[in-house]
Design a binder for this molecule. Structure first.
Ligand SMILES: *[C@@H]1O[C@H](CO)[C@@H](O)[C@H](O)[C@H]1NC(C)=O
Length: 330
C-alpha cells in the first residue's frame, strides 16, 4: 500500500513540477511579449525641457526652437539635421576655435529640408541641393565619415563673409558615410554599434541643465549664455550638475542614453553674439577651477578639460517640445 502511495505521490509531484514550470515559462514568455519598447527602468521626474537647439551647420549659430524630432543621428527640424553641414578650410574641417566669426553665421530652415545661410552684411543664400560629383573624406575628432560638396555658391558666400579663399561647405547627406561613435577611443566601450553621427563631435546629442549654467554664472563677473555650450536639449528644474548622474533620460516617447560627461574646449569662450574669444579664457578657466573629473578612470581621458553637460545617444526616437516633463533614471 505504502509503496503505491509513494509512487502516486511522486507521480503527482512530477505533474505538479511540470505544470508549475509550464506556468512560469508561459508567464515569462507573456511578460517578454508584452514588455514595452522602453525597458522597465525606474524613472523619476526632475524638471522640464527649457530649450531646444538645432545647429544646421557645425560651429554656426543654432536655432532655438519649440520642438524637434529626436533621431538616432541627432535632432531634426523641418527635414534639417543637427550638424550635418560642415565648413571646410583648405579641405580640413573648420571649427569655431580657429575662426570664431563663424558663430555669426545663422543658418535657417528654408523648407523641404533645405538650409538658408544668413550673416550680418550678407545676402541670404539658400543652399542648392548637394552636388554628388565631389565627396570629401572627413576625419574629425578621430572619427571618419564623408561629406558631399555643397557647390561653388556656398563656397563663395563663405569666402566673402570670412574674407579669404579656401572654404567649402559639405553635407553629411542621407547616403553619406556616417561617423561611428564606437570607433572613438573615448567611446569604444560605451557607444553601441548604431551610434552614428554626421558632424556632431562624437555623439548624437548634448544635454545640459539651466542650474549648471546658473551655478557657473554665479562664479563669473559677466554671465555667459547657454549658447556658449551649444547643447541640443536644456533641462530646467534640477539641481546644478545633477545631470552628471543621469543614465537614461525620458522625454515623452523619447529615450536618451547617457554616454559621457561632456569635456569642454575653447569653443565655450567664443561670445555667441560678437564672435570674439574671451581674452581671459572665460568661462573655461572658472569651469576648470571646479569641474575637472575626480574619477581616476577618466583623468587620462579628460585631462584639464572641464566637464559641463552630457553626451548622449538615442535609444528611442520621437518628438520633444519645450515644457515637456523630463524623467531620469540614475
Ligand atoms: C571675459 O569674461 C570675463 C568673465 O565673465 C568678463 O568679465 C570679461 O569682460 C570678458 N572679456 C571679454 C573681452 O569679453
Amino acid at each position: 500500500m505504502d509503496g503505491l502511495k509513494v509512487a502516486l505521490e511522486s507521480r503527482q509531484l512530477v505533474v505538479l513540477t511540470l505544470s508549475t514550470t509550464a506556468v512560469i515559462a508561459a508567464g515569462l514568455a507573456y511578460l517578454k511579449w508584452r514588455r514595452p519598447r522602453t525597458v522597465n527602468r525606474q524613472y523619476v521626474p526632475v524638471g522640464h525641457v527649457s530649450k531646444i537647439y538645432v545647429h544646421p551647420v557645425k560651429s554656426c549659430r543654432g536655432l532655438e526652437v519649440g520642438e524637434a524630432e529626436v533621431t538616432k543621428l541627432g535632432l531634426r527640424l523641418e527635414g534639417v539635421m543637427d550638424r550635418h553641414l560642415l565648413i571646410l578650410y583648405k579641405d580640413r574641417f573648420l571649427d569655431g576655435r580657429t575662426e570664431p566669426r563663424v558663430v555669426l553665421i545663422s543658418p535657417q530652415c528654408a523648407g523641404d529640408g533645405q538650409v538658408r545661410l544668413e550673416a550680418p552684411g550678407m545676402d541670404p543664400l539658400t543652399l542648392p541641393k548637394p552636388n554628388k560629383q565631389k565627396v570629401y573624406d572627413i576625419s574629425m575628432f578621430e572619427l571618419d565619415g564623408d561629406g558631399v560638396d555643397c557647390g561653388p555658391e556656398a563656397a563663395a558666400w563663405l569666402e566673402q563673409f570670412l574674407g579669404k579663399p579656401g572654404y567649402r561647405l559639405v553635407m553629411s547627406a542621407p547616403g553619406s558615410k556616417k561617423r561611428h561613435t564606437d570607433q572613438h577611443p573615448k567611446y569604444k566601450d560605451i557607444a553601441k554599434p548604431d551610434d552614428k553621427v554626421g558632424f556632431q563631435h562624437e555623439t548624437a546629442l548634448m544635454l545640459a541643465s539651466e542650474a549648471s549654467l546658473s551655478d557657473l554664472n554665479n562664479k563669473l563677473d559677466t554671465p555667459v549664455a547657454m549658447r556658449n555650450f551649444r547643447p541640443n536639449i536644456v533641462v530646467s528644474g534640477c539641481e546644478p550638475f545633477q545631470e552628471d548622474n543621469w543614465q537614461y533620460v525620458r522625454i515623452g516617447e523619447v529615450e536618451i542614453r547617457r554616454m559621457l560627461p561632456c569635456n569642454r574646449c575653447l569653443m565655450t569662450t567664443v561670445d555667441p553674439e560678437t564672435g570674439m574669444k574671451n581674452g581671459t579664457q572665460e568661462p573655461l578657466k572658472t569651469l576648470r577651477s571646479y569641474r575637472l573629473t575626480k574619477d581616476e578612470k577618466y583623468k587620462a581621458v579628460f585631462g584639464q578639460s572641464p566637464l559641463f553637460g552630457l553626451t548622449c545617444g538615442v535609444e528611442q526616437e520621437g518628438v520633444i517640445h519645450i515644457g515637456d516633463t523630463v524623467y531620469v533614471c540614475t
